[in-house]
Design a protein around this ligand. Structure first.
Ligand SMILES: C[S@@+](CC[C@H](N)C(=O)[O-])C[C@H]1O[C@@H](n2cnc3c(N)ncnc32)[C@H](O)[C@@H]1O
Length: 288
């Protein structure tokens, strides 16, 4: 799960293409949105520009294909680094130990890797709801949680981060790890995360970001595009999901732009920390 993203003006511009863009409003008589204008709503699927409505299904295919080998591939691709990054996320979250009922929503939580770490860090006190749109990823997560004895601490719920079914102000914290770049309408998912947080609740996002070390960027680039899809082919029998992975990372907004998106969603005290020279970053914000 490693790739390089180059920060720069063109990269920042590409972030705009990734975001939800409402079709232009028709004026005057017959102002209903035409099929043609609706078709203009697009999102990036890796380097491809696809109809906004098509992106979720394409992403879903990717994770259905890799679910059984997802965690193994993360270890192989990142040489175990993803574990350190997730631990860094949980350290920033600092779930209180012994405070029963501290409730966390882990968006796009997949196989529940982050949820397991939150529960462990809180010494079993936290309750985590893993929400993910992909049933295959959740199934792997459910089985693992049951095997660890965590089934009563982690709930696995199928749902879309863009349209959460939870009431307003229902969680103490919300996390999302390597998930937000897969969501077609990032702005909607951020607005929903804000809505379901209690006042004072924190949002933490771990995501691949823009490498800020010039020497490292080239090596990272070579590694990402040459090794990762090949590794995916060997381990899962299909390199395409991993080609999507490395491309999607490049299309994701850089640190500054993503911080701006958090502010636009209503979060205060927005900031970020780079990990491993910007290969990944943790963004945070608070609902006041
Ligand atoms: C790279 S995985 C990350 C899984 C997990 N958070 C982790 O760090 O191991 C991305 C996850 O995002 C999920 N996802 C994609 N679009 C989503 C959406 N709109 N709502 C909820 N989950 C989504 C995928 O199904 C997948 O499980």
């Amino acid at each position: 799960m490693v790739d390089r993203v180059v920060a720069g003006p063109d990269y920042i511009a590409s972030a705009a293409a990734f975001r939800y863009r409402p079709a232009r409003k028709a004026r005057g008589k017959g102002s209903a949105m035409s099929a043609e204008s609706q078709a203009r709503e697009t999102a990036s699927f890796g380097y491809r520009e696809v109809a906004l409505e098509a992106k979720q299904d394409l992403v879903d295919d990717v994770f259905t294909k890799v679910a059984g080998r997802y965690d193994l591939m993360n270890d192989l691709m990142s040489a175990g680094l993803h574990r350190l990054w997730k631990e860094a996320l949980v350290t920033r979250l600092a779930p209180p130990r012994g405070r029963r009922g501290f409730s966390v929503l882990d968006l796009a939580g997949g196989t529940g890797d982050v949820a397991a770490r939150i529960v462990a860090r809180s010494r079993g006190a936290a309750r985590v709801t893993v929400l993910d749109v992909n049933a295959a990823m959740l199934e792997v997560g459910r089985a693992r949680a049951a095997a660890r004895g965590d089934a009563d601490r982690i709930a696995f719920i199928e749902g879309n981060a863009e349209t959460l079914s939870f009431p307003d102000r229902s969680f103490d914290a919300a996390t999302i790890a390597f998930g937000i770049r897969n969501v077609p309408r990032i702005d909607r998912a951020l607005a929903e995360a804000f809505r379901v947080l209690r006042p004072g609740g924190r949002f933490l996002c771990l995501e691949f970001s823009a490498v800020d070390l010039p020497g490292m960027a080239r090596l990272y680039d070579l590694y990402s595009f040459n090794v990762i899809p090949a590794l995916g082919r060997v381990v899962t029998g299909d390199g395409a999901p991993y080609q999507y992975l490395v491309e999607s990372i490049r299309r994701f907004p850089n640190q500054a732009r993503f911080a701006e998106m958090l502010r636009e969603a209503g979060f205060s005290r927005v900031g970020y920390d780079n990990l491993t020279g910007g290969v990944a970053a943790i963004h945070s914000g608070v609902r006041l």
